[in-house]
Write a protein that binds this ligand. Structure first.
Ligand code: RI2
Length: 326
């Protein structure tokens, strides 16, 4: 019997499906902040449904262990811990059956809220877009696509410069999605962005996290794009559901920027051919609030400097980590 009153290590009873989801998040088979949150919440649901725990204490310990496996995958998108927190904070009941039902209800409510928030955000963001406008996108953000899709459904005809977004070229996903919506798409390399900003009405980016001072943490290259956009007088708008608000930044926490494998940039053989340079592959960067015109959320649009008020309303002054052992 271990100290926490359960048999064995709860980590050993995290089910295979949870490990698979964690691996898919780590390798970016599952990617995008909102999609990661949805997958993580559902994985906790799977753990609850599959649990063979014999006591409520065992059940709760398994759930926390599963959450830790998911939490340890990628460090930057706060939607992941926010999702885990949402599901874990209200696990209620005296029997395993009640606890399981409680997790099931939380997961379903969380995923429904994600969908609703994205639809609502899309309606808010679409107000910024006028018939005939051209947008420029960076990476692939479902929150950004929601804004464009709503505008198209409203009958607006739009064009897009889509940055390919090295090293993983998620711009290709955006290009395909926008084409399917009927948007006139032009794919450009990242370094061509400045050249085409004079033909752009709005830069639209997503976010993996928003800090309390209104800084936008998003795919690497966002900050350079924002500085260029400001220089050219093109408004830069960040579409981010409130699940992207990073509550720990209220108390001075710095958002950890994920460093990914160098082979995403250059394969080993090519690296050897060019003298084996040091390769750095940060996945994200930080755009200071002075370069961002608005943050569009499902609660309306905000100047970045005022986002702290919304953050306090939603999260209070701080958060806990319910996946840690009590
Ligand atoms: P949605 C992505 O990160 C991009 O940085 C994108 O802007 C952000 O998540 C938000 O995506 P990655 O997972 O939640 O591709 O708007 O590294 O879909």
């Amino acid at each position: 019997m271990a100290d926490h009153g359960i048999d064995g290590d709860p980590a050993d009873r995290v089910v295979e499906d949870v490990h698979r989801v964690a691996e898919d998040i780590g390798t970016m088979e599952i990617r995008g902040a909102a999609t990661i949150a949805d997958a993580a919440a559902r994985a906790l649901g799977t753990q609850a449904e599959s649990s063979t725990a014999e006591t409520p204490a065992e059940f709760r310990a398994e759930l926390r262990a599963a959450a830790r496996v998911l939490y340890d995958t990628r460090p930057t998108a706060v939607s992941l811990p926010n999702a885990l927190r949402y599901v874990l904070q209200d696990v209620d009941g005296d029997t395993i059956g009640q606890l399981r039902a409680s997790v099931r209800a939380s997961v379903s409510e969380f995923c429904d809220r994600l969908d609703t928030a994205q639809n609502d955000l899309g309606r808010v963001g679409a107000h910024r877009l006028r018939d005939g406008d051209t947008v420029m996108t960076h990476c692939h953000s479902t929150d950004v696509l929601a804004c464009v899709e709503t505008a198209v459904e409203q009958g607006k005809s739009l064009s897009a410069f889509v940055k390919e977004t090295r090293p993983r070229n998620q711009g290709h996903i955006t290009a395909e999605a926008l084409s399917e919506m009927g948007v006139d798409v032009t794919l450009i390399v990242d370094s061509a962005a400045r050249r085409y900003l004079d033909d752009t009405d709005h830069v639209l980016v997503g976010a993996d996290s928003i800090a309390a001072d209104g800084s936008v943490i998003n795919k690497i290259g966002t900050s350079g794009l924002a500085v260029n956009a400001r220089d050219r007088g093109v408004p830069i708008v960040c579409a981010a559901q409130t699940i992207k608000l990073h509550p720990d930044t209220l108390t001075g926490h710095i958002v950890d920027i994920e460093m990914r494998d160098e082979t995403e940039i250059v394969d080993e053989a090519t690296a050897a051919e060019i003298g084996d340079p040091t390769v750095l592959n940060p996945a994200f960067d930080v755009t200071p609030p002075r370069y961002v015109d608005a943050i569009v959320t499902e609660r309306g649009q905000f100047p970045p400097e005022s986002i702290v008020t919304l953050m306090r309303d939603l999260f209070g002054e701080g958060t806990d980590e319910p996946w840690q052992e009590p």
